[in-house]
Design a protein around this ligand. Structure first.
Ligand SMILES: C[S@@+](CC[C@H](N)C(=O)[O-])C[C@H]1O[C@@H](n2cnc3c(N)ncnc32)[C@H](O)[C@@H]1O
Length: 202
């Protein structure tokens, strides 16, 4: 999974890939702070995240900050039925485009800091997040973590990527970091971290 020597077979064609790149760069020009990245996530990073998709279950799976949808694609390729996917994306343009591409998923155009309200108390089997936590204020990170804790099923993972390769500190004291993987081939190199709520982590 990790490293540059593995041949990657894209799950989408070159035309949609360049369309996604264009969309990503337009969003950066519009709102660099909110995007929190200089380049779209690689297929290797998206796959390193999607491998944490729990097997079975019928609860929704929540994606936060899906951006142009590369992780979304890989979650579906990993076996998640589209109708079980709920995504919260702050950019209305990106949310609209994702809803067109994934018509059976529930794409919510909104703020991840309001997920409990957006989900109306619904529990989820996993959270996959591309949110740029580095640009969130500390109180916003704590608020996000408390909302994620409130909607995750017991023992379920919060899978988060970041560019902080050295840090293994969870975003909030209520979570443990249970697993991680470095993805050197991403630009810039990234880390996938898996967090579980302390109350329920085995
Ligand atoms: C690093 S980008 C996602 C990268 C994605 N994997 C890709 O390659 O397109 C971060 C995404 O989080 C979204 N975002 C930032 N803050 C948000 C918030 N508070 N709620 C929901 N989405 C947010 C941004 O609009 C952006 O689409």
């Amino acid at each position: 999974m990790e490293g540059g020597s593995v041949v990657e077979f894209p799950t989408f064609d070159m035309a949609s890939k360049s369309m996604m790149l264009r969309q990503f760069l337009m969003e950066i020009a519009r709102n660099p702070f909110q995007m929190g990245a200089v380049w779209p996530s690689s297929l290797a990073l998206a796959r390193a995240m999607a491998r944490w998709l729990p097997e079975g279950g019928d609860h929704p799976v929540l994606e936060l900050g899906p951006g142009t949808g590369i992780v979304t694609e890989e979650l579906l390729a990993a076996g998640l039925p589209e109708k079980r996917l709920v995504a919260v994306e702050k950019s209305p343009a990106l949310a609209r485009s994702l809803q067109t591409r994934f018509p059976r998923a529930r794409i919510l155009s909104g703020d991840a800091l309001e997920i409990q309200e957006l989900l109306q108390g619904q529990k989820v089997g996993a959270v996959f997040s591309g949110l740029p936590l580095k640009v969130f204020r500390p109180d916003q990170v704590l608020r996000l973590a408390s909302q994620i804790e409130g909607c995750l099923l017991p023992g379920a993972p919060w899978v988060q990527f970041s560019y902080q390769l050295a840090s293994s500190r969870p975003p909030a004291p209520a979570f443990w970091a249970t697993d991680s993987q470095l993805v050197w081939s991403n630009f810039p190199p990234a880390k996938v971290s898996v967090y579980r709520a302390r109350k329920t982590a085995g």
